[in-house]
Design a protein around this ligand. Sequence first.
Ligand SMILES: NC(=O)c1ccc[n+]([C@@H]2O[C@H](COP(=O)([O-])OP(=O)(O)OC[C@H]3O[C@@H](n4cnc5c(N)ncnc54)[C@H](OP(=O)(O)O)[C@@H]3O)[C@@H](O)[C@H]2O)c1
Length: 281
Amino acid sequence: MVASFPATVALAVSCGTAIALGVVLLMTVKPDLAESVAMVVVAVTAGLLHGIGYAKRPSRHTTLGRHRKTGGFMKILVLGATGGVGQEIVRQGLEHGHEIKAFVRARGRLEAFDGRITVVEGDLLNGSQLERVIVGQDVVASGFGPRVPVSKSDSHLLQRFASALTSAMLYAGVKRVIAVSVAFLFKDSIIPPAYLAGRLFFPDLVADASEMEHVFANSGLDWTIVRPPRLTGKPRKGAYRAREDHLPRFGFTISRADVADFMLLCAENHVSSRKIVGVSN
Ligand SMILES: NC(=O)c1ccc[n+]([C@@H]2O[C@H](COP(=O)([O-])OP(=O)(O)OC[C@H]3O[C@@H](n4cnc5c(N)ncnc54)[C@H](OP(=O)(O)O)[C@@H]3O)[C@@H](O)[C@H]2O)c1
């Protein structure tokens, strides 16, 4: 739960006043100790004000959910539909009344949706198979990504997938695609240190995701890249933040369900076209 801006300011002012009074009292008794305490107080206050500044600036899409269009029926092709984000796109897409088609290598994990969606099995890296399932769709939504731990054979999976998908979409005449990438690519994020963590712990995934984004960016398609930080399995809250070109400040996690919610929002409202968007709780 995040406190409102006025409440945060009131709390900061009360704490600051109480601490300042304490320091004045201490100065009369132990001047040396008071000096050290005063320095700590200045540092903490600066930190608080910095935090308040962050809280005050709204994220680009913070309120966009309130303006969500409803009832705009679409034919959505979901890729990576058997994964965590993919299944959420399928589930929420059905709730919103869309027609869902899933193109998967094995349908096992989609049994819960039997009879409510179209499932086609095949090779997601094969351009002509992709083209056949894409024809006639309005939007492609992708939660596709390497299964963890990432095997050596999957080291260029995202780039190969993006190349096959973008060519197939151009041939099929379908332009809109919304795809999940990784927040590790945000070089300017300091808290969390996304880029540094990615380079240190997942350098191959970072390189592959970067190549995938490059393919989308140069495809001529109407793309949106969604970069989440660590994904959780929590339920959809709908109260997440989204910022174009940046990870929301202090954005450490987001649920797969909220990522799917945002992807559907992009599809339905046609927002963030040709944009990279950071999303977080
Ligand atoms: N985990 C995190 O904390 C995190 C953070 C930021 C971003 N991300 C990104 O977000 C993506 C989605 O996350 P998630 O948790 O939903 O992933 P996930 O559950 O691992 O789902 C990955 C999906 O991609 C499919 N896939 C993988 N390799 C394939 C291949 N060679 N051919 C066909 N399908 C293939 C999987 O199909 P199968 O069911 O057939 O394997 C599955 O549907 C991740 O892949 C990752 O790139 C993850």
